[in-house]
Design a protein around this ligand. Structure first.
Ligand SMILES: *Cc1c(COP(=O)(O)O)cnc(C)c1O
Length: 394
């Protein structure tokens, strides 16, 4: 396996578990047990049942006829926007809440920036009747009031992180501190394909249902399992990892990753990690991240909250470095235009994160017979105010 994780938790030179000594027992317990638990029959049965009846899977693989005509190629959209809670994130939180239960944990912690992962976590905690504490920077709490309200309505406690820049990384620090203090009863649900090993691999496996479904759905529609390209936007990289997973080792399938260039790669306001990043340690793993020459993490920027992250998961750093993946950086303006275009060509309003993936057509020309599958990671309801302001729709 050239592109998947190895036994030590590395994708090429990236990954591993760079954690404080005091966190070692928690992470080690998970590392020793996650694969065994995840592939038990009873786990698989419950996971698949919930994905079906609660999340609404399989999500459709939709042939986008008008979009295909416009770009003179065959475009399929994998409709993660139709999942319960409106995005792919719930695939992972369902998996992790079941993992927590099997490990005998009765308390869940999570950190969130924009609140999407917090909502997905609060949702599954309500589903299972498990106590949920979500750490969130004080600034983010003010900026993301609707998601804070959702979490509270779902019964979660939202604890403000008051230190530092009072945003995502400070919330992460608080969550880690909590986990160190509550090693026995608590599971920490990380929301993307990031974190110390085994998190990137565990999250990827839960999200890999996306590419598992693409294979049989495409076989039904086109008579072949493999598309020519799979395309996804990348924040930390979980929808992308799930979309690529079953195609990683199959090199005829092109892998395309789209990251947020914000106001432009060289504007000082971007999240274009592949272009601007260098190797370092973030969130417990070695990966590419945006940092100053002396190793301080740079404040990222993107119009989409979900892509506003200063690093990418270790799988993606390896896909980039090895050349297996093609990486593109899409600006706010390009993404917003692509989101409007999908709305008007297909009647689907995408999340702004997803709009970045849809802007691939500004950057790459596909052949007429190419089959291009794009991960439609989420729906745009949460972003309506941003679209309204941007396009002056009011
Ligand atoms: C959170 C989010 C993303 C980015 O997260 P990844 O882990 O990179 O997938 C992308 N799209 C949507 C709709 C999101 O909510």
């Amino acid at each position: 396996m050239k592109y998947n994780v190895n036994k030590k938790g590395y994708y090429g030179e990236f990954g591993g578990a760079y954690i404080p000594e005091m966190l070692y027992p928690n992470v080690e317990e998970l590392r020793q047990k996650y694969l065994e638990v995840m592939y038990e029959d009873s786990f698989q049965k419950e996971f698949n049942q919930l994905l079906k009846d609660y999340v609404g899977r399989p999500s459709p693989l939709y042939f986008a006829k008008r979009l295909s005509e416009k770009y003179n190629t065959k475009v399929y959209l994998k409709r993660e926007d139709l999942n319960h809670t409106g995005a792919h994130k719930v695939n992972n939180t369902i998996g992790q809440i079941l993992m927590a239960k099997k490990l005998g944990k009765n308390r869940i912690i999570a950190e969130t920036g924009a609140g999407q992962h917090g909502v997905a976590t609060a949702t599954v905690c309500a589903l299972m009747g498990i106590k949920c504490i979500v750490y969130m920077g004080e600034i983010d709490i003010a900026r993301q009031a609707p998601n804070v309200a959702r979490m509270k309505m779902l019964g979660a406690e939202v604890r403000p992180a008051l230190s530092g820049s009072r945003t995502l990384k400070d919330a992460t620090n608080e969550a880690i501190r909590d986990w160190i203090n509550n090693p026995v009863d608590t599971h920490y649900i990380i929301g993307s394909a990031i974190g110390p090993h085994p998190y990137p691999d565990m999250v990827t496996r839960f999200q890999s249902v996306i590419s598992e479904e693409i294979k049989w759905q495409l076989k039904e529609k086109e008579g072949r399992e493999n598309p020519d390209y799979v395309v996804a936007c990348i924040g930390g990289g979980s929808n992308a990892a799930g979309t690529y997973y079953h195609f990683l080792e199959n090199e005829e399938v092109g892998i395309i990753a789209v990251e947020a260039a914000g106001k432009g790669i060289d504007s000082g306001e971007s999240a274009a990690t592949s272009k601007l990043g260098s190797e370092g340690i973030i969130h417990g793993c070695k990966t590419l991240l945006m940092q100053t020459p002396d190793g301080q993490i740079t404040e990222p920027y993107s119009i989409s909250a979900g892509l506003d992250y200063p690093g990418v998961g270790p799988m993606h750093s390896h896909l980039y470095k090895s050349g297996r993946g093609e990486f593109y950086s899409v600006t706010d303006d390009e993404a917003m235009t692509a989101g409007l275009e999908l709305s008007q060509l297909e009647g689907i309003i995408p999340a702004i994160e997803t709009s970045h993936a849809l802007a691939i057509f500004d950057h790459k020309k596909f052949k007429k017979d190419d089959i291009v599958v794009i991960s439609l990671s989420g729906r745009g309801d949460k972003d309506l105010d941003t679209y309204i302001d941007y396009f002056k729709l009011k």
